[in-house]
Design a protein around this ligand. Structure first.
Ligand SMILES: O=C(O)c1ccccc1N[C@@H]1O[C@H](COP(=O)(O)O)[C@@H](O)[C@H]1O
Length: 214
């Protein structure tokens, strides 16, 4: 079964809806470098609203260590996600489980980057180019997804309800991660797209309640 993370939550109701439909994890973006940034307080509210067994992920990108520690202490996410140029040693200093984003777009190859992050709980392969900022909403060539990693690999970058089934077929990831592909505007999730995305991953077409449920 392919796990699902729905990222970039800015509202409790959106995160709760994704969890209700069967998302395995939700994400909140903490870095000021994103238009989806939420405050520490809002992130905590979203995390606290999640039911048992739904993991919570707080995304940082080249932020300073003091801020990351505040995120751990105040938001208390299950996992951090480092989406910038952070080294393995730097990410591991907090003693908190984390995902490390790996660039798979222009000029990038997974080969060396995967070996560079042995302490990551999982590696999230995204469509941005080497040295570029993540969260570009771009897909990458799914055939480049490594087949022999000993760490769980999470496929991200430009996934939508329309392309996620083909992406899974091609890349065979442990999990998929989506943000912009289930939005009606940056940070605002579209209930029909959330439902269709989860339905496409689960292979059922549509799952859960009707959109009128909201
Ligand atoms: O979502 C953002 O604004 C963001 C900003 C900076 C770094 C990463 C960001 N998002 C993450 O990027 C991947 C792929 O997102 P998308 O589905 O292509 O929009 C995902 O992990 C987002 O959370």
């Amino acid at each position: 079964m392919t796990r699902i993370k729905c990222c970039g939550m800015t509202r409790v109701e959106d995160a709760s809806y994704a969890a209700e439909l069967g998302a395995d994890a939700i994400g909140v973006v903490m870095t000021a470098r994103s238009k989806r940034q939420v405050s520490l307080r809002r992130a905590r509210e979203i995390v606290e609203a999640m039911p048992p067994f739904v993991a919570t992920v707080a995304l940082c990108m080249d932020d300073d260590a003091g801020f990351v520690q505040e995120v751990i202490d105040i938001v208390r996410p299950s996992l951090l996600q480092f989406h910038g140029q952070e080294s393995d040693e730097w990410c591991a200093q907090f003693g908190h489980p984390y995902l490390k984003a790996i660039a798979m777009g222009e000029g990038a190859s997974a080969l060396y980057q995967l070996r560079d992050h042995p302490h990551a709980t999982g590696l999230l392969l995204d469509g941005h180019g080497l040295g570029e900022a993540g969260g570009s909403g771009k897909t990458f060539d799914w055939s480049l997804m490594p087949k022999d990693s000993h760490q769980p690999l999470i496929l991200a970058g430009g996934l939508t309800p329309a392309n996620v089934a083909a992406a899974i077929q091609r890349a065979r990831p442990w999990a998929v991660d989506v943000s912009s592909g289930i939005e009606s505007a940056p940070g605002i999730k579209d209930p029909a797209k959330v439902r269709d995305f989860i339905g496409a991953v689960r292979g059922t077409g549509r799952v859960g309640h009707d959109a009128a449920h909201r």
